[in-house]
Design a protein around this ligand. Structure first.
Ligand code: HEC
Length: 170
């Protein structure tokens, strides 16, 4: 009998705190804990990314330093660069600018107010590599999206510039 009694006491000591704990776990008894999650500097869906902290330096080197003019193409247009450029062009640009860069991509018909232009003539032909790089990086307000997030490595954009030059026959 004494053994049974001890067993009940031990069981009670274990289960009572457990049940009490479960009451809180399942919010039967609710306590409003102080939480700091809502006052952190997070940003909401659809909000622009937070600006970079002042004086921070991008790890791949500055893509564009204001006042230094358009950047200079650091990549040689060898076969490997053209192959990478073609692949990325087909993913990111072809839908608007067309497979041979004539501005007649499948999505172009839906962009009526400012349709994509041919990259075989005009600014794209006469402008510098750096100017085209900046257009890809920053997009064109109200017409073309900025593609720097799709092409995070600057060299991905230079590969595309090289590929477009090859389409232009340069
Ligand atoms: C959503 C469609 C769209 C996509 C995707 C797009 N563009 Fe454009 N792009 C445009 C439009 C529209 C214009 C013309 C803007 C205007 O009216 O001046 C343009 C203009 C340009 C120009 C300037 C041409 C000039 O003569 O001034 C360049 C260079 C260019 N795009 C390159 C690219 C490259 C490279 C890519 C892929 C990395 C790309 N675009 C992806 C829509 C697009």
């Amino acid at each position: 009998m004494a053994v049974l009694k001890r067993l009940f006491i031990v069981l009670g000591l274990v289960t009572v705190p457990l049940l009490l704990g479960l009451l809180f776990t399942y919010d039967v008894l609710k306590i409003e804990w102080i939480s700091f999650m809502e006052i952190q500097p997070s940003f909401n869906a659809q909000e622009d990314p937070l600006p970079l902290p002042p004086r921070s330096i991008p790890v791949q080197g500055a893509a564009y330093v204001p006042e230094l003019g358009a950047p200079v193409n650091p990549l040689v247009a060898d076969e490997a660069s053209l192959a990478r450029g073609k692949e990325q062009y087909e993913i990111n640009c072809q839908i608007c600018h067309g497979a041979n860069a004539d501005g007649k991509g499948p999505f172009a018909v839906y962009l009526r107010t400012r349709p994509p232009v041919s990259l075989l003539e005009g600014n794209a032909l006469t402008g510098s590599d750096g100017a085209m790089f900046l257009t890809i990086t920053n997009g064109i307000e109200g017409a073309m999206p900025s593609l720097k997030e799709n092409l995070p490595e600057p060299n991905m954009r230079w590969d595309i510039v090289n590929y477009i030059r090859s389409l232009q026959g340069k």
